[in-house]
Write a protein that binds this ligand. Structure first.
Ligand code: PLP
Length: 430
């Protein structure tokens, strides 16, 4: 059935669901239906998504963190429109001013002496490039990651990630990777050797369930890497650009990496954009052309979106907004935990990257379904399904956030009541 532009209610959810079941992924279709999200999204603005029936949802997932600026931020949309009219894709041979401006801007705003950038299309691709650069620049092979870490699902990024459920079906992964418990500096010290090219860490683990390390962990990791001649790769794909209350999460602890990866919010919620940014001396290794490349990476449309996004993050003081709204949210969630101490095990977060940890996975699933009934979009963290993440656009209005939090309270109450008679729970291993 064809839909007239701007019309509502003509595309039937049942029809789209059937196409998902038959041609996208039947498992995904079933999960979406179970959660109660089997409506068809039609348009969005800020923190609000509308479906084809005209229902409005408060978006507390923010596209897994890609929508820090909200849906369709006018400045990003305008920049992309303007670029679209001039030249959306690059000739790949002539110089491109949008790419040059973005790389310069990233050098200006990233911590330490990060100077060169490669612009790509996603977070996993940024991680792949960072890992390749680390091996090339050091001549070493070893990569140390953290248990529970999430860096994407391509082979290299998956090799760096730390959840067996996603890794095992694809073994053997890339050789040379090992994992240590996140937050344990001594374990990291023992794992790093003369053959370690890089240690890759998220400053705050997102998909592990929003895990914040002790205050001295990141600086210890920095010191361990420097002493061993290994590079420190900080994956700020999810934590970067204001999400945790500072422009980059590593700035909470005054630590600068040798290579930083970015994506998600870098596209301003309009375009897919990723980047890895590195110190100048590492970039010397790239001089042999083209050891690394991407047809679409660094395209002018994406760069225009990223440049506008960086401007908005700074102009609208989104890190500060994340900090303030985050404190308020953590306070409200602390009260929720007091109301349901057996169900809500912990609430934790920094800025607007917040995790609500439940006693077991079913409670989290039911709470998400309860949120769906109340038209709040939320999801669990990929490496820890006991944790619901609250990761709304940083531009979310206070009233919208308050409505979402009150819906969460109702959803938890409902989930607890539903499971009250279910008996003792056996959790699956993560
Ligand atoms: N790195 C981190 C820290 C992430 O959270 C993610 C995605 O959630 C990725 C990398 C992968 O990004 P993408 O899904 O764009 O490949």
């Amino acid at each position: 059935m064809k839909r007239a532009p701007g019309s509502r209610g003509i595309v039937s959810a049942a029809e789209v669901f059937e196409k998902y079941r038959a041609h996208v992924n039947p498992g995904l279709a079933a999960l979406v239906k179970f959660m109660g999200f089997d409506a068809v999204e039609e348009s969005a603005q800020g923190a609000i998504v509308r479906d084809t029936e005209g229902n409005e949802y408060i978006d507390c997932l923010g596209g897994f963190g890609a929508l820090s600026l909200g849906h369709r931020h006018p400045k990003v949309v305008a920049a992309v429109r303007e670029q679209l009219e001039r030249m959306p894709l690059s000739s790949k041979i002539l110089l491109n001013d949008r790419l040059a401006d973005l790389c310069q801007r990233l050098a200006e705003i990233t911590p330490g002496d990060l100077q060169y950038s490669f612009i790509c299309n996603s977070g996993a691709e940024a991680v792949e490039g960072a890992l390749k650069l680390a091996r090339l620049a050091t001549g070493r092979r070893g990569i140390v990651g953290a248990v529970g870490g999430f860096h994407g699902k391509t082979m290299g990024a998956l090799s760096a990630s730390g959840r067996d459920l996603y890794r095992k079906p694809f073994a053997p992964l890339v050789p040379g990777f090992s994992h240590v418990p996140f937050g344990d500096a001594e374990a990291l010290r023992e794992a790093v050797s003369g053959d370690t090219a890089a240690v890759i860490l998220e400053p705050i683990q997102g998909e592990a369930g929003v895990v914040i390390p002790a205050d001295d962990y990141l600086s210890a990791a920095r010191e361990i890497c420097s002493a061993a001649g290994a590079l420190l790769v900080l994956d700020e794909v999810q934590t970067g650009l204001g999400r945790t209350g500072s422009l980059f999460a590593c700035e909470h602890w005054g630590v600068a990496p040798d290579i930083m990866t970015l994506a998600k919010a870098l596209g301003g919620g309009v375009m897919p954009v990723g980047a890895f940014v590195a110190r100048a001396e590492l970039w010397d290794a790239w001089r042999v052309n083209p050891l690394h490349s991407s047809t679409f990476g660094g395209n002018p449309l994406a760069c225009a979106a990223a440049l506008a996004a960086l401007e908005v993050v700074i102009e609208e003081r989104l890190p500060q907004r994340a900090r303030e709204l985050g404190q308020h949210t953590l306070h409200a969630l602390g009260e929720l935990r007091q109301r349901f101490p057996d169900a809500v095990v912990e609430v934790r977060g920094r800025g607007l990257l917040i995790g609500v940890e439940f006693a077991h996975e079913d409670l989290a699933g039911l709470a998400i379904a309860g949120l769906a009934q109340r038209r709040v979009i939320a999801a669990y963290t990929l490496n820890n399904p006991r944790v619901i993440r609250l990761e709304p656009p940083l531009v979310i209005e206070e009233g919208q956030l308050a409505r979402a939090l009150s819906a969460l309270g109702e959803a938890v109450e409902q989930a607890v009541a539903l499971l009250a008679d279910a008996g003792p729970y056996q959790d699956e291993p993560l």
